[in-house]
Ligand binder design. Structure first.
Ligand code: ADP
Ligand code: ZN
Length: 663
């Protein structure tokens, strides 16, 4: 008989705690079950990870109770969480809690509770007969599924090349073997068509997760998977932790998307978790995309991943022509209106005349993206964040897009008290209002997080667009993905260089991806399509290659830059961010940290300390120490040693981000 259990909790403490089994628990203690434990005079939820025969301390406390009749974590998931704790600098319990719905974390719901299934009302559909290229890819994937071989496939193909059909048929095969699979998508509400295709093919065998889901529904879906009643999961990054009995495949659609990276503890990347889980289970992974992450393509070129490419669009549709408009040249000819070039205006006018549709893309919401004073030059910034306040015309407010702080627009400059405030920079609201002036006859809707905050709003606008009750949608990245409307023949990018000036080594890659993705929304039907890209830097290669739909060209150029500057994929980065409400504390602490790391890890490439590009956020001053390494496994171990015992200083918080997606 075991006498003691080792328990982990969601506290950020990297150790287990021992409790005594009393024999009076509601259920037998087992590894992977939740328990209630006394902790600092409070009752907390914990997770059993181990049994012990001997006490580790004198008189360990008694367990309060065992919550679960059967374990909620399998041995594999406990193992995965343990790997995550080491890799991502979190505690074992924090990693475990990332894997389960919120309701379970609070120790509330019981696993025996009955839950109602959600029903989807979507007509069923049949598989297409794969074309030759698809068949070849499927043969390879199916062989892995059948033989239980782990392999990572990088499926590279432009939108419309038939990737999703491959996912569907591979998944069908997995189901036939009595196994389960997950397909990760960046954000469900942005890719409704992918979800629909899975539901239409597999009906109620599909479990769906999305970010706006109620807790109860989330738990219901989780339980359906756990009980083996849903063999297919479609969802965003956290769906990678789906509690399958027998996983058969992991699919990551749009694998390059930054949203797969969790930006708070545990700072995991869902693509890496998918690969890790697939390796543990001996099953294949498909990473699908039109614009592979540089890291992924590099691995594929080096043979670590299997590169499979689809070379054309299924329906032989040509890719849309892309016209680059040099806004510097255009500057003089823009009459009064400053946002939309005459070329774009003319194209839209023709489009509407022909009863076709258009999408206009700009990744900044609001009306004026900054306000400055013509006299003293100061920009109005958020008091708590080092970020310009954005003017929202409809609400007549200045809003901070980082902390959502709002103030009424000042009448005079708060710095010099003169009446010279100028509203500058372009957001989606300004584009929308200019479009109304240029095309009074057009029916225009705006799609950004300001207009789409209500549940279902997104689907409603898309339905009206599909029914052609709307001619033009102006939107942020919400319209960049997944939309497939045959009457969309014009796509406009208002400002292609918006990302290029960010202090981030991925800014070219992001720009290339975004233009490619947005361009992919045009010419999906028989009417053809055209894309107009407005830019102040038309000579930039990211824009040039995107205009030519040339991923290989872009990769070849970008990879040279990365090698020269020593950035991923040639090194791994670890970003350590310190923050504090007191600027001098954080600066001092960051300097002490960098010095300590330099001493404890001689030869390691340390950059900084320096104020983070977002030097102040929500009232906290932030400094970064960046580490570059060619051996991430070794570095992570050394770093743990070097960090332990580091005294951060009063009121200073530290976050370690392995393979950060933002600087
Ligand atoms: P992607 O995921 O690369 O954008 P899809 O799989 O969505 O491409 O395919 C594009 C379109 O072609 C979809 O409408 C899909 O139903 C259709 N399609 C895919 N494969 C075939 C096929 N083998 N035969 C006929 N139509 C196909
Ligand atoms: Zn703010």
């Amino acid at each position: 008989m075991n006498k003691y259990v080792e328990v982990v909790t969601s506290l950020p403490i990297d150790r287990t705690f021992q409790y005594k089994i009393t024999g009076r628990e509601s259920y037998a203690p087992e590894i992977g079950k939740r328990v209630f434990i006394p902790f600092n005079f409070r009752k907390r939820v914990g997770y059993i990870v181990k049994f012990e025969d001997d006490p580790a301390v004198e008189n360990p406390k008694d367990l309060i109770d065992v919550i679960d009749e059967s374990p909620i974590f399998t041995g594999d998931m406990l193992e995965l969480a343990r790997w995550m704790k080491d890799r991502y600098f979190c505690s074992w319990g924090e990693a475990l809690e990332a894997m389960i719905p919120g309701a379970l974390k609070r120790g509330k719901v019981s696993m025996t509770q009955r839950v109602d299934d959600e029903k989807y009302d979507i007509a069923s559909s049949e598989p297409h007969k794969p074309n030759k290229e698809q068949q070849q890819v499927l043969n390879e994937i199916n062989a892995c599924i059948k033989n239980g071989t782990h392999k990572v496939f990088l499926l590279h193909g432009i939108t419309g090349s038939g990737k999703t059909e491959i996912y569907l048929q591979a998944m069908e095969n997995v189901l036939r073997m009595g196994k389960s699979g997950v397909i990760l998508v960046p954000e469900i509400s942005l890719t409704p068509q992918t979800v629909e295709r899975f539901v239409s093919r597999f009906g109620d065998k599909v479990a769906i997760f999305h970010s706006k889901m109620l807790q109860s529904a989330r738990f219901a879906e989780w339980k359906r998977i756990k009980d083996g009643n849903a063999g297919i999961v479609v969802g965003p990054r956290s769906a990678v932790f789906s509690p399958f009995q027998d996983p058969g495949i992991f699919i990551v659609d749009e694998e390059h998307e930054p949203s797969y990276k969790q930006e708070d503890t545990p700072r995991y990347h869902a693509r890496e978790i998918a690969i890790k889980r697939a390796r543990m289970a001996g099953v294949p992974v498909i990473l699908g995309t039109a614009t592979p992450a540089l890291e992924s393509y590099h691995k594929a070129v080096n043979g670590e991943y299997r590169l499979v490419e689809l070379t054309g669009r299924i329906k032989e549709k040509e890719l849309p022509r892309v016209k680059v408009v040099d806004m510097r040249m255009d500057f003089d000819t823009r009459v009064g209106k400053t946002v939309i070039s005459p070329v774009m205006a003319e194209a839209l006018r023709n489009d509407i005349k022909k009863k076709q549709q258009a999408l206009i893309f700009l990744n900044r919401r609001g009306f004026s993206t900054f306000v400055n004073c013509g006299k003293c030059g100061n920009v109005l910034k958020c008091e708590k964040c080092d970020s310009p306040l954005v003017f929202h015309k409809e609400k007549k407010e200045m809003i901070c897009h980082y902390c959502n702080r709002r103030i009424p627009p000042p009448k005079i400059c708060p710095f010099c008290e003169e009446d010279y405030l100028m509203y500058k920079g372009t957001g989606t609201q300004k584009v929308e209002s200019e479009l109304h002036l240029i095309l009074p006859e057009a029916r225009i809707e705006r799609m950004d997080s300001d207009t789409m905050s209500k549940r279902g709003a997104h689907a409603k606008v898309l339905k009206r667009f599909k029914d052609h009750e709307i001619d033009i949608i102006v939107g942020t990245q919400m319209i960049a993905k997944g939309l497939d409307f045959p009457k969309v023949t014009q796509v406009g990018v208002i400002s292609a260089d918006a990302n290029l000036n960010l202090p981030d080594f991925r800014s070219s890659e992001r720009t290339f991806n975004l233009i490619t993705q947005v361009a992919g929304r045009a010419g999906r039907g028989d009417l053809g399509g055209e894309v107009i890209v407005q830019t102040f830097t038309p000579e930039h290669y990211a824009i040039g290659f995107a205009a030519k739909h040339d991923y290989h060209g872009f990769y070849t150029k970008e990879i040279v830059t990365r090698r020269e500057l020593g950035f991923p994929p040639f090194v791994n980065l670890v970003k350590i961010t310190l923050r504090s409400r007191k600027e001098e504390n954080v600066a001092k602490s960051a300097e002490a940290l960098a010095e300590r790391l330099g001493k404890k890890m001689p030869g390691v490439d340390i950059i900084g300390p320096a104020p983070s590009p977002m030097a102040k956020l929500r009232g906290y001053y932030r400094w970064n120490v960046l580490i570059k390494t060619k051996d991430i496994d070794k570095l992570v171990k050394e770093l743990r040693g070097a960090l332990s015992g580091f005294r951060k200083g009063h009121g200073v918080f530290m976050a370690v981000d392995v393979d950060p997606m933002s600087m």
